[in-house]
Design a protein around this ligand. Structure first.
Ligand code: HMH
Length: 206
């Protein structure tokens, strides 16, 4: 039996639901989110994306050349995303040189730890991280300003296509992955789901 990304979603629907449906996102949709909560998320997500970019670089370094095109396009998007985060922070007069909160730190540690895992495991985790934001920001439907552009960044159809590509690439290498690697990929998926839920929750904790 080979593991696929769709199978992970089917086997762990509750964990995935908790990762992608959260009051934070619902309150962005209704406009009820408090600016301080939104700003906490924004600042911590910038710190997350810095480390996620390093993970993308390690993924590229481990990838077969056939996967370069998709991964390099993702890295170009990350360059734009990091600059966009800095612009949003400046508009909101936020300081980005703050410490990471515990959940953000734990998530960054998970990403760093994946450096010693195989490409199949890294590719599965990378897909799960992008897929969770794609679904999370898309599921509530159109959001009011100033949240529309945030929902659009991760919910737009082009980003959905990119997530599909990441899924195909992960599935392709999972087909020739060992039993142990498949178990590691499943553990990484579950860790991502747990930390995504905790990351939304972090906005309410300071
Ligand atoms: C916490 N997960 C988190 N932040 C993000 N920006 C993404 C996923 C998608 O890149």
């Amino acid at each position: 039996m080979t593991l696929t990304c769709q199978q992970l979603l089917k086997t762990h629907p509750q964990e995935w639901q908790a990762a992608t449906v959260h009051p934070f996102l619902t309150q962005c949709k209704t406009g009820e989110i408090q600016p301080t909560q939104f700003n906490t998320w924004l600042t911590q997500d910038y710190l997350f994306v810095v480390e996620f970019t390093r993970m993308a670089a390690r993924l590229l370094a481990a990838a077969p050349v056939q996967h370069f095109d998709g991964l390099l396009s993702g890295m170009i998007a990350l360059k734009d995303e990091l600059n966009w985060f800095r612009d949003k922070a400046e508009e909101r007069e936020l300081i980005l040189t703050v410490p990471r909160q515990p959940t953000c730190s734990e998530y960054c540690q998970l990403m760093n730890g994946l450096a010693s895992s195989s490409y199949a495991v890294q590719a599965t985790a990378f897909w799960a991280i992008e897929a969770s934001y794609n679904q999370g920001w898309q599921l509530p439907g159109a959001m009011p300003e100033p949240y529309a552009e945030f929902a659009d960044r991760w919910g737009n159809p082009g980003f959905s296509d990119y997530v599909k590509l990441l899924e195909h690439q992960a599935d392709q290498v999972l087909r020739s992955a060992s039993e142990v690697e498949q178990q590691q990929a499943e553990s990484a998926f579950l860790a991502v789901a747990r930390l995504e839920k905790a990351f939304w929750q972090m906005a309410y904790e300071g």
